[in-house]
Write a protein that binds this ligand. Structure first.
Ligand code: HEM
Length: 170
């Protein structure tokens, strides 16, 4: 079950999907959402919303592949790893899982609600002060949550990149 070919394939899949997950999340947090905050009212909201949706889908698919291959690698190679290396690896995995939870439970619902409000605005429905306030609140929520999700992924990448050598410093 844990033969070398499978482990090599899982590692390749893990690193590739991890790069796609983190790349899409960093793009959301550092480019798409800040532009949305600044330029949504100038008519860019609809297009940036579409870009955010696509980046969110890429990020979610890649996250699932990263986690599935990561769990396999954990069970195959580090089942009872109580060393410092193992702890650093667990911190990295937990940070990535927490990042997914933040994205799924906070950013995604805020983005969906924002999309619905955007559609009603395009359809010419009322843009009362209350609706505008709600849109601003949702945009802020998206900005903060995508930054937190990206920071957690940054921590995960640092841990994954260094865990193998952590023991050398103890
Ligand atoms: C964006 C998130 C992630 C990225 C970019 C990432 C990246 C990496 C990289 C580059 C390695 C190779 C490190 C080395 O061999 O020195 C690695 C190893 C590993 N990762 Fe991740 N990872 C991520 C998330 C996760 C998650 C969520 C889990 C578990 C649920 C996980 C479990 C593992 C395990 C067990 C290894 C060790 C494999 C081995 O010993 O050969 N990773 N990861």
């Amino acid at each position: 079950m844990f033969d070398l070919t499978l482990i090599v394939l899982a590692r390749a899949l893990h690193v590739m999907s991890g790069v796609a997950w983190a790349g899409a999340t960093f793009m959301l947090a550092s480019v798409i959402v800040p532009l949305m905050l600044r330029h949504a009212d100038e008519g860019a909201g609809r297009w940036l919303g579409l870009a955010a949706r696509r980046a969110g889908m890429v990020s979610a698919g890649a996250a699932l592949l990263t986690i599935a291959s990561g769990i396999y690698l954990f069970v195959a190679l580090h089942p009872h790893d109580d060393s410092l290396n193992g702890h650093v690896l667990k911190i990295g995995a937990s940070a990535a899982l927490l990042s997914l939870a933040v994205a799924f439970l906070v950013s995604r619902p805020a983005g969906r609600k924002l999309g619905q409000l955007q559609m009603s605005a395009v359809a010419g429905e009322s843009r009362s002060a209350q609706v505008e306030q709600e849109r601003a609140r949702l945009r802020r929520r998206m900005a903060i949550s995508t930054r937190i999700a990206a920071a957690l992924l940054g921590l995960s990448i640092l841990a994954m990149a260094t865990f193998r050598y952590a023991g050398a410093f103890s």
